[in-house]
Design a protein around this ligand. Structure first.
Ligand code: 0O2
Length: 270
């Protein structure tokens, strides 16, 4: 594998990362549109740097020609969840998709790594379509909570600094921090339903307010200015009362009003 060919070799991996980010972001968007809880909090991805690929190959004694076959995280996607329970939900979503094939599961949550690292990894087989034809590549999906991600981001940067020579004292402190992260995740899981309820309420409220504002905007085109101004003022006074039922009722009234105007404008001339 020649150095000048890296860009060409990594092309399909870049494409896979771009496509998968879009696909997972759409799952989040679909949930938002349907007003349902989404186990995916955020998605990101990267193609491993050539220097990191070479370093991993050296560390694992992998020959240059075997890199694509043996290094399975050249394309990497990271999915962050709010709660530990969401991780299983994400794995379930992935396993039901026709375009993603799970090759291997690595559960570093049930059994964390000696460093204290916790995350769930999936190695996928993913088919990329390029101008040169189809190519099947491996993609690593890391699925973890916000808390696990915080720990691993910090620990990863320390690993870069110390390589294999991390001071013992620091290693112990990181292990203690990993225990604290585990406790935090457990604590959050125990109040999960309350947090989800609150988030659901906020989502619903935002959606009703968006509907009301859309209705008012549409009325601007059909009703007279004074009437719309009155509706606007009414909305502000209801909004200040912070009562979801009042907001919903007001929105229904606006729906009826909008429907009346629609019917009037559609009525044929006598
Ligand atoms: P980078 O810089 O993130 O790309 P295996 O042969 O399966 O044991 P492999 O292929 O390294 O080994 O797989 P593994 O252990 O699942 O690790 C893959 C990636 O998980 C790593 O990639 C890290 O991103 C992350 N990871 C694994 N262990 C740790 C850890 O102890 N701490 C942190 N912070 N991250 C970890 P790379 O190539 O090591 O690094």
């Amino acid at each position: 594998m020649e150095t000048q060919l890296w860009r060409e070799i990594l092309g399909p991996y870049r494409q896979a990362v771009d496509e998968l980010i879009v696909k997972f972001s759409h799952i989040k968007q679909e949930c938002q549109d349907a007003n349902i809880y989404c186990p995916i909090e955020s998605v990101s991805g990267r193609v491993k740097k050539v220097s990191s690929i070479l370093e991993k190959a050296r560390r694992k004694g992998i020959e240059l020609e075997d890199i694509e076959e043996k290094i399975e995280d050249i394309a990497g996607i990271r999915i962050i969840c709010q709660f530990v329970e969401d991780i299983d939900a994400v794995v379930d979503i992935i396993s039901k998709r026709a375009d993603l094939e799970i090759k291997q599961k690595k559960d570093y949550i049930t059994k964390s790594k000696p460093s204290g690292y916790r995350s769930y990894h999936l190695i996928l087989k993913y088919m990329v379509q390029t101008v040169k034809g189809s190519k099947e590549i491996s993609v690593e999906i890391q699925i973890r909570t916000l808390a696990m991600n915080f720990w691993s981001t910090i620990e990863h940067s320390l690993q870069y600094k110390y390589k294999e020579n991390m001071p013992d004292d620091l290693r112990q402190r990181l292990l203690r921090a990993a225990d604290a992260v585990d406790a935090l995740d457990n604590e959050m899981s125990s109040v999960r339903y309350e947090i989800m309820d609150a988030q659901n309420f906020n989502r619903q409220k935002a959606s009703v307010i968006t509907d009301i504002l859309n209705n008012i905007e549409n009325l601007y085109h059909v009703a007279n200015e004074r009437e719309v101004e009155k509706i606007q003022n009414e909305f502000f006074s209801i909004y200040k009362q912070d009562d979801m039922e009042l907001l919903k009722r007001f929105n229904t009234q606006l729906d009826v009003l909008a429907e009346t105007y629609r019917a009037q404008s559609a009525a044929p001339y006598d």
